[in-house]
Ligand binder design. Structure first.
Ligand SMILES: [Zn+2]
Length: 271
């Protein structure tokens, strides 16, 4: 599933191809994504100029002259940039054709993604309205987490993955940040000290930034050649390593299910 770093890298990767370009046409081969694409989308997009590409949580916001395209990649979605008239494959559902000879191509085998258009403030769109703060902003601090946690009695990993608290921390990054911060995933949030939260907030930012940097590199390649993105795999310390020795202390890492999500931690390093 594309996580915040991959979405951010996709946005950054799109910018040089799409900024200032006019949308000359739109081809929709499949209308039924997570929600049905509006019948008016083609008409609305034709002739629009693209003025910016931004991210809010895991939504990609493509700002145009008269509104904003809001794209979510769901579980398996991808945006590629291909030359106009490139033959489409089975799961290439939407093409946004640009005046510079490039096409933004939306591909999604499981079709859990979505495409919406709004002429109003995109941040007030129903999909974006109730989202928590962004982890890569100044507002995201140990203090913020500590204050949100005081009245809660849930495992720290579930808390970090709650999009009304903070957006974009998926399963992989929650596991990695908790290992880096020496906090066990099932520790209850109201038992963690402010000092630990300060450290955790810092580690989340370091890990996300590092991954954006890696994702940026692979996504740029993938925009050109259409290969699979390579994410952050080489950097993972615990995710996907259950039963293998901890890089710090050699103890075997434990795997468990927490809210149905695979959770991996070191029983010695994390408390
Ligand atoms: Zn360890």
């Amino acid at each position: 599933m594309p996580e915040l770093p991959e979405i951010e890298a996709t946005c950054q990767g799109l910018v040089p191809y799409v900024m200032g370009q006019q949308i000359s046409d739109v081809i929709i081969r499949c209308w039924q994504l997570r929600w049905t694409i509006s019948v008016n989308l083609v008409k609305l997009l034709r002739g629009q100029n693209i003025q910016g590409v931004n991210r809010r949580a895991k939504y990609i916001l493509i700002s145009c002259s008269n509104g904003t395209l809001i794209i979510h990649l769901g579980m398996t979605g991808r945006l590629n940039v291909v030359p106009n008239n490139t033959l489409s494959a089975k799961h290439d559902h939407v093409d946004i054709i640009l005046s510079n000879g490039k096409t933004i191509r939306y591909t999604d085998s499981r079709r859990f993604g979505s495409i919406h258009w709004t002429a109003a403030d995109p941040y007030k769109h129903r999909l974006l309205l109730n989202l928590g703060i962004e982890p890569l902003t100044k507002e995201f601090t140990g203090n913020y987490l500590f204050n949100k946690a005081i009245k809660k009695n849930i495992p720290i990993k579930s808390f970090l993955m709650d999009a009304t608290i903070v957006v974009g921390i998926g399963n992989i990054y929650a596991n990695e940040a908790l290992f880096a911060s020496k906090i066990k995933p099932h520790r209850l949030v109201n038992t963690i000290k402010l000092e630990k939260y300060n450290n955790l907030a810092k580690n989340i930012q370091i890990i996300l930034k590092k991954s954006i940097h890696k994702g940026g590199t692979t996504v740029r390649d993938f925009l050109n050649v259409g290969g699979e993105p390579g994410y952050f795999v080489q950097e993972l310390k615990v995710y996907g390593r259950q039963g293998k020795p901890c890089f710090k202390c050699n103890t075997l890492l434990k795997g468990m299910r927490l809210n149905q999500r695979l959770t991996v931690y070191c029983p010695k390093c994390q408390h």
